[in-house]
Design a protein around this ligand. Structure first.
Ligand code: 9MR
Length: 835
């Protein structure tokens, strides 16, 4: 890790001694796209500007009525300066009408030390300006800023040929990718597939050797030539050492004269990641102090509670003209490295947390995550989900207002802020943005899900959610095309989406599962997403949510007419991702020609589809696909790095964040262990990536730099599939030879008869059978077995012997809430799952 960070910094400051002194204006060019031949990137402007290229120059309309020079800025960041070097700074500029501006080369953060400060007197016809200065410090990230505020009247500014020459030759960026043999640096599960990839010139099979920690060779074989891998541009061969199952630490794999980084073979590999990936959410919380005793090194004051300089989220008005009320939208999770809170990605995040809980409720307990609510008798994962769900509820337009029942799309700062900036120190005004159909349907879906999931613990909260879900649904049906504005991206992300038919489908599915009502069944059955091929190779995410609806209908007990077909369709999706995976020499189930923003979360979501296929069928190939997919995330990739902080010898450490900004301020921490980085993104929208990664092959479009927000951010919606998959991989339940029949009769008071048949070869000397109820069903009285209940989780115990082929029967009387009371479908006998 340290080596990698050092390499990244060295690259930005390199050659201080090695390079001969240049006459400054013959030195290397440091500005990227100073001629505006490639549009306006990586230049940025303050939110009151629209950057544009006009006749080959960058031109902006500068608004009038600002007070300070720095109220209007165009800038470029991340310019490396070398101490003692002389730089020539030049540009062409014009002003209509004529104006004096400010041109600065400076420190990009407080105290904004200026290395050059000029006051060009600009004319309508335009002039070229030239300055020189000597850098007093070495700095990887100086800023060039044109400050143009402070004018009462509006005016027009144009510039061109911006140049900063001198210093070190910008080095071609070469990531430090370590040994050419690529493995999952965390390790492999003993019974799982074990694959590696070797980068090599060789086209003939290579010999490989697996060595244990003592250096003894424990397995050997030949690799499989794969040719040039399109996702990396590398010639590669793959190695399969699945045959070796013996647990141990410190294994290495050698091929082509290279030895991999060490890894383990162990059963418990994912136990900590399952917890860490969920603990991530507490430190993303807004509106509450983060306690240092719960997260040593991460304690901080509550953000956005209305204490200066925060304006607070306790009474947030709308953007001008959008509404005339204010809402208390405090709480929730910060989206990512910014301080914004957005309903659509909050929606999928809280959904996936509730979904991993619904998959196996017995696996999630109170006191697992060390959060303030630990010890309240509710599983911590639900307490964490509730923190966000309460926020989503608060975003709903109140009754009596225009668009009542809709949800505001997002709330965030009026202007983008710089890094670092602790949440409680953010001085920006906060604004509610217009309601959108997408946000409203996210609210409907998650609130419907919360209504059943929270029912055993808090009936009032469950009822509040169901009522909100119904109101949201009705409002979305009445306003089906209120789309978020794709240009509303100042101070926060736009999260716009042109097609919300998938959100309608997902919300209808959740509402149907929870209520069983015909209206929702009809909507589900009529939706094109119910039967269409929704398994896109690029995966599902906050903007593509039909898959959530389909997965829910397949896994959560419900009475949709064509349930069997729905379940089969998930297998089709999983088969498709297995096929994609087979084609990838690095084993990732994701293979588009260019990688998307947040590609790692798409890889993980494709693995969720495979995992559900495994749960539905028990077929090993699907679980093997998930296990192999994780190898890519944890080091078997072109960069030889793990994308989960703290996991594997080299992992992402510098994810873009205003408060885990250690790379900018050594007194701040790195992101907590278990934080996923977004990962390679071919479009490299940020200046650092544009500077370092031009022309990158997909897997190389990544840099672990805090300012690379397009390749290296952290988000709540990316950690959610990491948590889902970690929970799946940590699940050690095997297959039990058992067949359970569960039949229930009655309504609010029901009687259930259960039979358990031992279909395995071994006699059971006493057995316990476990299932969980979908909602607030309760066992009242039982016979034939001792039945106990903890929240929704029920365990029936018997001391009787159950021989192979024999059947035991028991029954119970229970009570059910209003609505559907479908039979449980997942049963565990003595800890193993019946198939
Ligand atoms: O994750 C989002 C990605 O899918 C979009 O393509 C991108 C551009 O709109 O925005 C990403 O979301 C960012 C959001 O806009 C602001 N907070 C950080 C998010 C992650 O980078």
């Amino acid at each position: 890790m340290i080596r990698r960070l050092a390499a990244a910094l060295a690259l930005l400051t390199a050659f201080a001694l090695a390079t001969p002194a240049h006459a400054a204006d013959e030195g290397p060019e440091q500005i990227v796209n100073g001629t505006f031949d490639e549009g306006t990137g990586p230049w940025w402007g303050t939110g009151n500007l629209t950057l544009g290229v006009d006749d080959g120059r960058m031109c902006v309309d500068v608004p009038g009525g600002t007070a300070n020079p720095w109220d209007v800025i165009i800038g470029q960041d991340n310019l490396p300066l070398v101490e003692g070097e002389t730089y020539a700074f030049s540009f062409y500029a014009s002003a209509t009408p004529a104006k004096v501006g400010r041109a600065l080369v400076q420190l990009p953060v407080d105290p904004w030390t200026q290395y050059l400060s000029a006051a060009p007197e600009m004319s309508v016809s335009g002039n070229v300006y030239r300055y020189t200065f000597t850098a007093p410090v070495s700095l990887p990230n100086a800023q060039v800023a044109f400050q143009m505020g402070g004018s009462a009247e509006p005016w027009r500014f144009c510039m061109d040929d911006v140049s900063l020459r001198g210093g070190a030759e910008p080095e071609e960026y070469e990531p430090d990718t370590g040994p050419r043999v690529r493995v999952n640096m965390v390790g492999y599960l003993p019974s799982g597939p074990k694959n590696a990839t070797v980068v090599t010139e060789a086209t003939e099979p290579l010999k490989w050797e697996l060595k244990d920690a003592s250096g003894r060779t424990v397995a050997r074989g030949k690799s499989d030539p794969r040719g040039v891998d399109a996702s990396s541009g590398q010639n590669v061969q793959s190695i399969d050492f699945s045959g070796h199952r013996k647990p141990g630490a410190g294994y290495t794999l050698t091929a082509d004269g290279e030895t991999s980084r060490p890894f383990d073979i162990a059963e418990n590999l994912y136990d900590e990641m399952r917890v860490d990936s969920l603990k991530f959410y507490y430190t993303q919380r807004s509106g509450i102090e983060i306690r240092d005793d719960l997260r040593p090194g991460y304690g901080r004051p509550a953000g956005h509670v209305g204490t200066a300089p925060n304006r607070g989220d306790t009474s947030v008005p709308c953007q001008p003209g959008v509404c005339d009320y204010s809402l208390d939208v405090s709480g929730g999770w910060y989206d990512a490295g910014d301080h914004g809170k957005y309903v659509v990605n909050g929606g999928i995040s809280v959904h996936q947390l509730m979904s991993l809980y619904e998959r196996d409720k017995a696996a999630f307990a109170d006191r697992q995550l060390r959060i303030p609510e630990s010890g309240n008798g509710v599983p911590d994962v639900l307490d964490e989900a509730r923190w966000e769900q309460e926020f989503l509820l608060s975003m709903q337009v109140p009754q009596g207002e225009r668009l009542a029942g809709m949800a505001h799309h997002k709330i965030h700062d009026a202007q983008w802020t710089g890094l670092p900036l602790m949440p409680h120190l953010d001085p920006q005004p906060r604004e509610l943005h217009p309601p959108s159909t997408a946000a409203t349907l996210n609210l409907a879906a998650t609130a419907a899900q919360a209504a059943r999931v929270f029912a055993p613990y808090d009936a009032a909260f469950a009822a509040r959610n169901l009522a909100a879900a119904r109101r949201a649904w009705a409002a979305a049906v009445a306003n089906p095309d209120l789309l978020a504005d794709p240009n509303d991206g100042v101070g926060g992300g736009a999260y716009s989406d042109t097609d919300v038919s998938d959100e309608f489908y997902w919300a209808a599915a959740e509402l149907f599962i929870t209520t069983g009502e015909k209206e929702f069944a009809q909507f589900v059955l009529a939706s094109p997403h119910h039967t269409g091929d929704i398994w896109r190779e690029r995966g599902f995410d906050w903007g593509n949510t039909a898959q959530l609806g389909r997965l829910e209908l397949a896994t959560v007990p419900n009475a949709i007419r064509d349930r069997e077909r729905v379940r089969r369709s998930v297998l089709e999706g999983a088969e498709k991702y297995l096929a994609v995976q087979r084609d990838q020499a690095y084993g990732q189930p994701y293979g588009p020609p260019d990688y998307d923003w947040g590609s790692n979360n798409l890889v993980l979501n494709n693995m969720v589809v495979m995992a559900v296929a495994y749960d539905l069928t028990g077929k090993e190939k699907y679980r093997a696909g998930v296990r192999e997919g994780m190898d890519y995330i944890l080091g078997r990739n072109a960069l030889n790095q793990s994308y989960v902080t703290g996991y594997g010898e080299v992992s992402s450490q510098n994810q873009h964040s205003r408060w885990y900004a250690r790379q900018l301020d050594a007194s701040l921490p790195n992101p907590p262990r278990g934080t996923l980085s977004g990962g390679p993104n071919s479009a490299i929208q940020d200046p650092v990536a544009q500077r370092l990664l031009q022309g990158c092959e997909p897997q190389f479009c990544y840099v672990d730099h805090i300012e690379s927000w397009a390749t290296n951010e952290l988000t709540i919606n990316w950690n959610a599939p990491l948590a889902w998959i970690s929970a799946f991989l940590a699940d050690r339940s095997g297959h039990a030879g058992c067949d359970v029949r569960y039949t229930a009769q009655g309504g609010r008071n029901f009687v259930a008869h259960v039979t358990v048949r031992n279909t395995g070869g071994k006699s059971l000397d006493g057995w316990n059978l476990r299932w969980s109820f979908p909602g607030a069903q309760r066992v009242r009285d039982s016979w034939g077995a001792a039945v106990s209940q903890d929240g929704p989780v029920v365990t029936a115990k018997s001391r009787g012997k159950l021989r192979p082929g024999a059947t035991a029967a028991f029954g119970f009387a229970g009570t059910a809430p209003a609505g559907p009371n479908p039979s449980p479908e997942v049963f565990h006998v003595n800890g193993d799952r019946c198939r």
